[in-house]
Design a protein around this ligand. Structure first.
Ligand code: CLR
Length: 460
């Protein structure tokens, strides 16, 4: 019998509450501070926990299966690159703040291409750990400690932590760290975000590496969302050129094709337009190296190539210091293959926190789920559920209640830790006893008096 694909919800129960609050009014007192300790009003939130947001890394998990099926390490690396970049695509235009997970909160999800379990393993600093896998094809695991720093006009987010992909059948492991993310226009204008910095993906078994640069928007925003780099072997020999945008696609071509292409472009332009504008004025998206090569010729290498319509065209903020689309020009090097292409956002994404279709489904209570979900699962958080249903006041009061409850639990744990001396002091329930059947934490107060402190799983 043909297996019918399971259908998930396409929208949230209600559209989002219009957000015309000024984030500056909250942040003006926080310059230079680590933001994880600041409680933010719920109007800045999106109805997902950070654990669910992390799960969005998995949207294009099929790329890991494809990688695991490739016979050679370079094609495997190409798909791993595709996966690493695609993992960031859902961040485009997503400026709501996910809820901070409570200590011990979990989130699990099973889909055709993967299953994943995430857990908040530390509250201060906030650290989320995850493990995902698909049959015996691959595993993907790691932990993320997002460090938010506020610098006046921008918020800088460093997702600290390393992630690892393993192909057990091939005995191969790849690692990388995610690039930093900047949210601009905190004081005035419309918020916008970019991912920038370098990402190095290492195949620890063969020594192949991918060096990727996530570019800053740059002058005229010509490099908005651009990612460029190469794959090299253990001798640092460049084999493949990688290019694209983290919001749209990733392509690759043999490095020689890229060099050839650059040469041809410059010769062509030399013949046709010997006195063109300087590369800095023209909407050209070549890498620095290419620009250096072309600098003497003073031409734009990509004049003739245009791409119609791109995600950058729509919904761009209007303030003057905000990115403008660069989509009329795009690199397209002959003999390239597309490793990854983004799925378009659903029609009414703008009314639903700019969620992707995948994000829309993450907080859904699927059939019979209440029977098997862990009681610590993000889907059971009342504050997130209330925000999702458009009940702002309810969400705000639940959020406050949970934060107080967590503070209380922390205090209690701390005092227990101090009382019990050093013995296993760091383990959250080690000084207490846990009844695994009932999930109750029991405290023996001496005097044969056993007190129920908190149910093990009752964090919401
Ligand atoms: C980006 C991709 C990284 C993991 C990661 C960590 C923290 C996330 C960030 C991602 C995206 C942006 C983010 C951030 C936490 C808060 C911030 C959701 C997913 C939002 C946009 C903050 C909005 C409010 C500020 C303007 C105060 O691999």
């Amino acid at each position: 019998m043909e297996k019918r694909e399971k259908e998930y919800r396409q929208v949230l129960p209600v559209p989002m509450y219009p957000q015309d609050y000024n984030i500056w009014s909250v942040l003006k007192n926080c310059i230079g501070k680590e933001l994880s300790k600041i409680t933010m009003p719920v109007v800045f939130n999106e109805p997902l926990s950070f654990l669910q947001r992390l799960t969005e890394y998995m949207e294009y998990a099929h790329l890991l299966r494809l990688a695991s099926q490739q016979p050679n390490p370079i094609s495997r690396m190409q798909y791993v690159i595709g996966f690493a970049v695609s993992a960031l695509a859902s961040n485009w235009e997503r400026l709501g703040k996910p809820f901070n997970p409570l200590l011990g909160e979990t989130f699990e999800l099973e889909r055709e291409e993967f299953r994943i379990i995430c857990e908040q393993v530390s509250h201060h600093p906030p650290i989320s750990a995850f493990h995902a896998e698909h049959e015996d094809d691959w595993t993907f695991h790691g932990s993320i400690h997002p460090k938010l720093k506020y610098w006046g006009k921008t918020v800088e987010i460093q997702p600290k932590g390393t992630v690892t992909v393993e192909f057990p059948k091939l005995n191969e492991a790849y690692t990388w760290s995610n690039v930093q993310c900047c949210v601009h226009n905190i004081i005035v204008g419309k918020l916008w975000m970019e991912q920038c910095g370098n990402m190095e993906i290492i195949n620890h078994s063969t020594g192949h590496r991918a060096h990727l640069t996530f570019k800053t928007a740059g002058s005229n925003n010509k490099d908005l969302h651009r990612v460029e780099g190469y794959i090299c072997d253990e001798d640092k020999q460049k084999l493949f050129f990688i290019y694209g945008k983290w919001t749209e696609f990733i392509k690759c071509t043999e490095y020689v094709n890229y060099e050839e292409y650059c040469k041809e472009c410059s010769q062509k332009s030399k013949k046709e337009e010997p006195r063109s504008k300087s590369p800095n004025d023209s909407p050209c998206h070549a890498s620095k190296k290419v620009l250096q090569k072309l600098n003497s010729l003073k031409v734009s290498p990509f004049k003739s190539i245009s791409v119609q319509g791109s995600v950058d065209d729509v919904n761009l903020p209007e303030a003057s210091d905000v990115p403008r689309s660069d989509s009329t020009y795009s690199m397209d090097i002959p003999n390239s293959i597309t490793i990854w292409q983004v799925k378009p956002r659903p029609l009414h994404s703008g009314d639903y926190y700019q969620f992707t279709e995948f994000a829309m489904s993450l907080n859904e209570m699927e059939q019979d789920m209440e029977k098997y979900l862990c009681p610590t699962d993000s889907r059971l958080r009342p504050d997130i559920r209330k925000l999702e249903q458009g009940d702002m006041d309810g969400a705000a009061s639940e959020k406050t209640r949970l934060e107080e409850k967590q503070r209380c639990a922390n205090k209690y744990r701390k005092s227990k830790k101090e009382m019990s001396g050093h013995q296993n002091g760091s383990n959250m329930i080690s000084t207490l006893s846990l009844n695994r059947k009932t999930g109750f934490i029991l405290e023996n107060t001496g005097l044969d008096n056993i007190k129920i402190i908190q149910t093990f799983s009752e964090i919401f």
